[in-house]
Design a protein around this ligand. Structure first.
Ligand SMILES: Nc1nc2c(c(=O)[nH]1)N[C@H]1C(S)=C(S)[C@@H](COP(=O)(O)O)O[C@H]1N2
Ligand SMILES: [Mo]
Length: 514
């Protein structure tokens, strides 16, 4: 018996891994054909992201950037396939037990994937069940058989060839399955994009002022004042970007209101609209970071919609709900000062890109995205913090979410080498809903010198700035600060991102050498 334990264990591990992989592929194939396209792997990834304590999640997101989601999906695949290998190895001499382990794994996967707050029960149940059945079938068909020693003797060579062929065939099927899943997902995004590009938008009733010619100073390598859609940062917890057709889309405004309202896409577009330049910023943006961008947004003023539904006095929180279950909420009080919050449907003159919330999202000037800028918006609920705790607040982020003043040096780049002589230092600063008053730069801890401000895009957008400096040989340190239009200086206190935005002055080190 022991003479065969080695090869049989290896065969068990290989077939076990393949069985698990094929189970996974079958589940994902089922996911793309079931209505709603709820994928078990994505659901598990969502669950992992959302249940991670905030600090490690920040470390993860910071370390791997926007690769975090593909990496997470890869991690889940590795755990499933690795689990299959272990089951296969352990059950090599007791093959009848493996299906029970596969079933157990499927139950566990279901338990992790199923989020009580969203009703995905049926597709997830079907997918995990199919995964267990497929894995068990593959195992029973190709897994090790406990044979009588007499029959096994002399068959090692035959056995190896069958194993190799089996592995080849099963891997081929698994790869084809993965290809089919990827293709199906791509085609659903492509279908929405095809519709998106043919949509016609109304001209804004209340357009933004023309873009001033001097909004972007003429400095090499300086990003423009208005960020192109393709360059705009993207942050969300969606493992698969929701693809919503405008025919199916509805926006419900409900909660503590007199007359709940449901709008179709056509009804939203038929309303008077505003167009504004607004700088959107992520609370996870570190000092000097790039999780910030400015676009020209067009949409329906939020306060118009709220006036129409008749909000109750006790409704203190506005919560946006996304198609993917994400929620973001902010104090209703903040809307009283006339800021141009909107249900936006256009970004820089075109329908919202799918990754930026197509067909509609919220944009609230002066608030970080995590409390306000709900993408793939399907609902707005007027409520209270006691009744509805938004997504990130449930995860220990501070609830207010007003954007801190910030300033950044873009040119020269940190750690770069520049030739001596006249150098143009340039960057941007933002204090949405208040406006940028003065930007100052200090070289090597010397006196603060006023930078020249570029033309303004309005109080809700960042403002670019430049400063001429005669650079002398050697290492230098450049530091920037901003004083807003109300006269408040940017905080110099150094804070990390969590739990409520970074602060501190952006400081870079450069070398001047000829
Ligand atoms: N549905 C949904 N909307 C969302 C998020 C999300 O995870 N899901 N993230 C928010 C955060 S944290 C930010 S900073 C902004 C980013 O918007 P952008 O990706 O268009 O730049 O979207 C907000 N809206
Ligand atoms: Mo964010």
């Amino acid at each position: 018996m022991t003479a065969y334990a080695g090869p049989s264990r290896r065969r068990g591990a290989v077939v076990g891994a393949l069985a698990a992989a094929l189970g996974l592929v079958a589940a994902e194939l089922l996911a793309v054909i079931l209505p709603g396209r709820v994928s078990a792997v994505s659901s598990i990834a969502d669950r992992v992201i959302s249940s991670m304590p905030a600090a490690p999640r920040e470390v993860l997101v910071g370390a791997v950037g926007t690769l975090d989601k593909p990496l997470l999906v890869l991690g889940i695949v590795v755990v499933v396939v690795g689990g299959g290998a272990i089951v296969g190895a352990l059950c090599a001499s007791t093959p009848d037990r493996a299906p029970w382990w596969f079933a157990g794994g499927a139950v566990l996967a279901f338990a992790v994937a199923w989020d009580l707050t969203t009703a995905d029960l049926v597709p997830l149940l079907l997918e995990t069940a199919v995964a267990a059945v497929v894995a068990s079938l593959v195992w029973t068909r190709f897994g090790p058989v406990v044979e009588a020693p007499a029959a096994v003797a002399g068959s090692a060579e035959v056995d190896r060839r069958t194993v190799l062929r089996t592995v080849g065939v099963l891997s081929g099927i698994a790869l084809l399955g993965v290809g089919a899943v990827v293709w199906a997902r791509r085609s659903s995004t492509a279908a929405v994009n095809a519709v998106r590009t043919t949509l016609r938008l109304p001209a804004p009733t209340d357009p933004a002022a023309p873009l001033p010619a001097g909004a972007t100073p003429d400095v090499a390598d300086l990003d423009p004042a208005v960020t192109a859609n393709g360059e705009f940062y993207r942050i969300d917890v969606a493992v698969n970007v929701p693809t919503i057709s405008t025919d199916d889309w509805r926006l419900r405004i409900e909660g503590r209101v007199d007359r709940p309202l449901e709008l179709t896409w056509a009804q939203l577009l038929a309303r008077p609209s505003i167009e504004r330049r607004i700088t959107l910023c992520c609370v996870s943006n570190p000092v000097g970071g790039s999780l910030v961008g400015t676009a020209t947004w067009q949409g329906v003023r939020l306060t118009d919609l709220l006036d129409e539904v008749g909000v109750h006095d006790d409704a203190s929180l506005v919560v946006g709900r996304s198609d993917d279950g994400f929620t973001a909420g902010f104090p209703r009080e903040l809307l009283r000062d006339g800021r141009d919050a909107m249900v936006a449907y256009a970004m820089n003159g075109e329908p919202l890109p799918v990754e930026h919330g197509f067909p509609a999202r919220l944009v609230v000037p002066g608030l970080y995205g995590y409390v306000s800028a709900t993408k793939w918006l399907t609902g707005i609920r007027l409520t209270t913090i006691e009744d509805d705790t938004p997504y990130w607040v449930r995860r220990e982020w501070q609830a207010d979410g007003r954007i801190e003043s910030a300033s950044r040096i873009d040119v020269p780049r940190d750690s770069s080498v520049v030739p001596p002589g006249e150098v143009v230092i340039a960057g941007r600063a933002w204090r949405q809903h208040v406006g940028v008053g003065t930007v100052q730069v200090s070289v090597d801890g010397g006196p603060w010198r006023d930078a020249t401000l570029a033309d303004s895009l309005g109080v809700d957008a960042w403002r670019l700035w430049t400063l001429r400096w005669t650079a002398t040989d050697g290492p230098h340190q450049l530091r920037v600060r901003m004083i807003d239009e109300a006269g408040a200086a940017q905080s110099e206190e150094v804070h990390d991102v969590f739990p409520g935005a970074s602060s501190g002055l952006h400081t870079i080190d450069i070398t001047v050498a000829g």
